[in-house]
Design a protein around this ligand. Structure first.
Ligand code: NI
Length: 177
């Protein structure tokens, strides 16, 4: 499935607050999940509003390319429906982010270092966990999409909004979300 199905910044759905999923096992929910799994294979993550579905579903992973590039562990893709996230501590750090909805742009964004998350998986089972660093960053980025927030809203200095090819060498492994 093509990434051309991804809504781009400027589309109103990307700025809406997404609605909770009422029935995880409903065919229409499962169909959204299937699309998201397919599209997000080569990305760090994806949120349902990015494919035009204003509902609270995110998928995120630490992709093998990112893991190698950053020297961190691979984390397989995980779906989180109606997620709740909570920072653990106040510590934040800056790193570069990209987004499938913002083309070739990248920005330096502050995020919480440690995070607790919970929600439901594709079968409707409750899941919860704690995570840190890049994985936690990706969850925060995807969660923001559910509230109509894009990473550019969180950049402290717009000088740190750049085109990907300007940092091509050392950012080669950074994947859009
Ligand atoms: Ni994104």
């Amino acid at each position: 499935m093509s990434q051309s199905l991804i809504l781009k910044m400027g589309h109103p759905i990307l700025r809406q607050k997404a609605k909770p999923i009422q029935d995880i096992l409903a065919p229409e929910t499962q169909s959204i999940l299937e699309k998201m799994r397919e599209i997000s294979q080569s990305a760090a993550g994806l949120a349902a509003p990015q494919i035009g579905e204003s509902v609270r579903i995110i998928i995120f992973q630490v992709h093998p390319v990112t893991a190698q590039n950053k020297g961190i562990d691979v984390v397989p893709p995980q779906i989180l429906i109606n997620p709740v996230i909570k920072p653990l501590g106040r510590e934040q750090y800056d790193d570069w982010e990209a987004c499938l909805s913002l083309g070739d742009l990248m920005g330096l964004v502050p995020r919480y270092q440690h995070l607790a998350y919970e929600g439901y998986d594709e079968k409707g089972d409750f899941i919860s966990g704690e995570t840190s660093g890049h994985h936690a960053r990706t969850i925060q980025h995807e969660y923001d999409h559910l509230d109509g927030i894009l990473y550019i809203d969180r950049i402290k200095d717009l000088k740190n909004l750049i085109y990907r090819d300007q940092y091509e060498n050392w950012l080669a492994g950074t994947l859009a979300t």
